[in-house]
Design a protein around this ligand. Structure first.
Ligand code: SF4
Ligand code: SF4
Length: 476
């Protein structure tokens, strides 16, 4: 049973009582594993805090953009799915009687599966909770249970995502030869556009930096990896890409739904860096890849794989503020607002380096409110920006994305005149996909000239050594 008229999953429909019993048996087996240390040593402690210590104060509800964006529908309360899980936990794991009624039938389980995909995993609710409970983690753990124990996961993340990445090298299906071809093409474009001769280096042993982009950029927003190539070339950085499978794609969708798939991808990415003996990995403009390759990889992978890793935000900050990339902010003379990807800002605390870059290259910055670690998710987080099946696109644009559009329109309120181009700087591939769809749905792209893009493009557009006019508005 779907909890509302939207749907993200192709759920099994039991055709007989025996089939239903089998599905429930698998679910309960997974539930036990979630609460067993040897099966869930990664996330058991915060999960227990969440199910055992919530005092039902509902402080978290007003922090959640999905709950408020839905007009405060009960099913979107951060605690709604957690309360079902909590009752199941007390009844079937703790065997306590008095914690509230819950019926374990397929309808309940199917509702939980869908509700696990009505949360962006942005953890804004967790930040607000006085007890340290994390309702985003509950959604994550439910996704994990359904994927690892029951084979239930959105096709965009699993069959067409992680599995494709492990098989071909990239979630886009781009194999290493195709990736190199695409970068050759990008290099030519960048050389022509900027006047700076660019040749992306591959598999350079001992390079200072192994740069890993979200490969979706290469196909959808090639100017972003192109801008990185221009910056690193012009600044004389020793850098390389890797052509090993999965190591030229920072994507790791397992972060959102399956620890096993997560570990398979992360392991290959780190091993590629070890093989090349690079000094550090730098993660491109991709929020979930930041979290995947740093804080979560640290939890899931053995410590001997603990290589230095850095955000591209700090690398750009160092290149610009040190003067290695001389810039002229007058070249970016248009209003710019900055979106803080949840994984970078709230989950990792990376909020200032990108602002230091912006202040150096843009004269007209208009902050959203709230921002930094209090920022709202774009509504495309946790894989939603990739998911459009059935009616899900409507849900992510009308409900999950409502708060973000309100923030953007608030930031640009004084410059909505369509003669003024405006730029949403979103240093994250998934956030950009959500902005693309949000702006198109509301017609703001054409009617009000609100565009979106990454941070690297703004830097290159301001570089004194590059030909002017790198940013082309028609790209958006
Ligand atoms: S804020 Fe924390 S304690 Fe209060 S209802 Fe939400 S999860 Fe429970
Ligand atoms: S993690 Fe984000 S989307 Fe999910 S319940 Fe919490 S605030 Fe809402």
């Amino acid at each position: 049973m779907s909890p509302d008229r939207y749907s993200a999953l192709a759920l099994p429909q039991p055709q007989s009582p025996a089939e239903e019993r089998e599905l429930l048996r698998a679910f309960l087996g997974g539930l036990e594993k979630l609460f067993r240390r040897q099966d869930n040593w990664t996330f058991l402690r915060p999960l227990l805090i969440t199910v055992e210590h919530c005092v039902r104060c509902q402080t978290c509800s007003e922090a959640c953009h999905i709950f408020t964006g839905s007009g405060r529908q009960e099913i979107y309360r951060p605690t709604y799915r957690s309360e079902i899980l909590r009752r199941l936990y007390f009844k079937y794991i703790q065997h306590r009687r008095w914690q509230g009624a819950v019926e374990l039938d397929w309808s309940t389980v199917a509702t939980l599966a869908e509700l696990a995909y009505r949360c962006n995993l942005c953890r804004r609710c967790a930040q607000a909770c006085p007890m340290g409970a994390d309702n985003g983690l509950v959604a994550h753990e439910l996704r994990k249970l359904f994927s690892q124990e029951m084979g239930i996961a959105p096709k965009e993340l699993h069959a067409a995502g992680s599995l494709v990445q492990l098989r071909t090298g990239s979630s886009t299906g781009m194999n290493p030869a195709a990736a190199r071809d695409n970068f050759d093409f990008i290099d030519q474009e960048m050389t022509e556009k900027t006047g700076i001769p660019v040749k992306t280096p591959w598999d350079v042993e001992g390079a200072d930096v192994l740069l890993i982009h979200n490969a979706g950029e290469v196909l959808s927003w090639p100017e972003n990896p192109g801008a990185f190539a221009v910056m690193l070339t012009a600044a004389g950085v020793s850098w390389t890409l890797s052509s090993d499978l999965t190591a030229y794609d920072a994507v790791n969708y397992g972060l959102w739904y399956d620890d096993v798939q997560f570990a398979r991808v992360a392991l290959r990415q780190i091993e590629a860096a070890r093989k090349l003996k690079v000094k550090r990995i730098v993660i491109g403009e991709c929020g979930h890849a930041h979290k995947a390759l740093t804080v979560v990889a640290d939890r899931l992978l053995p410590s001997d794989l603990n290589l230095p890793r850095e955000s591209s935000m700090t690398l750009m900050r160092d290149l610009v503020l040190s003067g290695r990339l001389p810039v002229d902010p007058a070249r970016n003379a248009f209003p710019v607002t900055l979106h803080d990807p949840c994984n970078m800002a709230r989950l990792m605390g990376i909020a200032e380096p990108q602002r230091e870059v912006l202040r150096a290259v843009c004269p007209d910055i208009r902050e959203m409110s709230p921002n930094r670690t209090d920022n709202y998710c774009c509504g495309g987080g946790s894989g939603f920006a990739l998911m459009s099946g059935k009616t899900f696109l409507d849900w992510r644009l009308e409900i999950a994305g409502a708060k973000k559009m309100e923030q953007v329109l608030g930031a640009f309120a004084a410059c909505m005149d369509p003669s003024i181009p405006k730029y949403i700087c979103a240093p994250c591939s998934n956030c950009k996909a959500q902005f693309r769809d949000l702006l198109a749905r509301r017609g703001l792209w054409k009617s009000n000239r609100i565009f979106y893009g990454g941070l690297a493009e703004l830097v290159v557009n301001a570089m004194r050594d590059a030909k002017p006019g790198f940013l082309e508005w028609e790209w958006r």
